[in-house]
Design a protein around this ligand. Sequence first.
Ligand code: AMP
Ligand code: MG
Length: 473
Amino acid sequence: MFDNGFARLPDAFYTRVQATPVPDPYWVAHSASALALLGLDAAALDDPAWLAALAGNQPLPGMDPLAALYAGHQFGHFVPQLGDGRAILLGELNGWEIQIKGGGRTPYSRGGDGRAVLRSSIREFLCSEAMHALGIPTTRALAIVGSDLPVYREDEETAALVTRLAPSFVRFGSFEVFYHRNQIEPIRQLADYVIARYYPELAAHDEPYAALIAEVSKRTAHLMADWQAVGFAHGVMNTDNMSILGLTLDYGPFGFLDAFDPGYICNHSDTHGRYAFDQQPDIGAWNVTRFAQTLVPLMSVDAATQAISDYPMQFGQRYLELMAAKFGLALDTHTPGLIMDALQLLAANHVDYTIFMRRLCDFDATPGAINAPLRDLFLDRPAFDAWAQRYATALAGPADARRAAMQRVNPKYILRNHLAETAIRRATDQRDYSEVTRLHALLTRPYDDQPAFDAYAAEPPDWARQIEVSCSS
Ligand code: AMP
Ligand code: MG
């Protein structure tokens, strides 16, 4: 049943650990589609053995729990040793690694308590599954297990464990730790493992390590394009949070744009805006460079440099394609200008990005049409009118087909901060998890009109401005 590939690597890469049990665990939420990846259905949740396993209380037979070693550049500064300080890889099933986050201290916990709180676990659960439904590569979330164990952050909260799934949780930082120690053999072993398991087509390449860099670079560039197009800010793009598979990894103080604001900083602790929304593509490139550097001992500097050289082009191309599709435009020479001008107008008028894009699907291109639902979003109406006229001229083809195509790439529902916050407050104040379940169900179909949920597609209420999201989790 369990086949634990990572655990078969030499023990330089991890420490075998047992999670620290929590008292009286209970289910808070689960994802049926994530369960299906393991060949399970909701009946597994009735099995006390699964609850005990995902609470960290008792592994299932065949699991081989471990905490992985890694390092990372945090806010630009290298930290020689991080590692799974609270995540524990339980084992691998059906090609999916099963990891619990919040399972207690490990040898890599440093000053931390090894726990996660219910608040942040709900955020990670909802966003992982929402990103997947949006079509953006991400680690998955299987379930949240809660316990009344107190956990101390700014205030007293309670413990939870979110179960994450991914083909691999190897990060850029998993390589950096050995580069820093000048240990070339583990770098080679880890690269060989990653290629053999996740990029087998690269093994036959003349220079497989250079090919690995190129592939990771491309996936990262594409992921950044996906984030920018949907309006997602990760918040903590340290190299230890960068997946070797190009997945969105480690949901902390993330945020989706409400009003379009290129300089949006979702992480309250990011005082200099290193990870501001519009910095993400460049930070992705910077991070890829740190990864490429770790493989230089296995090749020439030139080959490594060459392998990441296409990143700007790959990001730019993918971003343009995604944005052109969102605007319903063909890829011709006027398209980038039209899109950039629209984004500038959105920023200047503080227009909600998701609402604008969704309403744009219904744009009426007939001469003289006012397009009031869109126009009303702008303070500067003449500026909108001027743009709309150019846009109308650029559109081609029947409106119905355009609307349908645009609605498939412009979500109506995203995990806005205030929606998560409402679900969290009900869960933490009243032990009522129904809003988590409702939101999860809604966000698994982000592109479908779900008329009963119109309020969930609206602009954030005034109280949302007071929500501050920090690294504390
Ligand atoms: P993050 O910023 O969440 O990616 O975490 C950075 C590092 O801090 C990782 O090595 C985490 O495992 C570790 N860490 C975060 N929170 C805790 C905690 N409560 N206890 C132990 N380690 C933690
Ligand atoms: Mg992390």
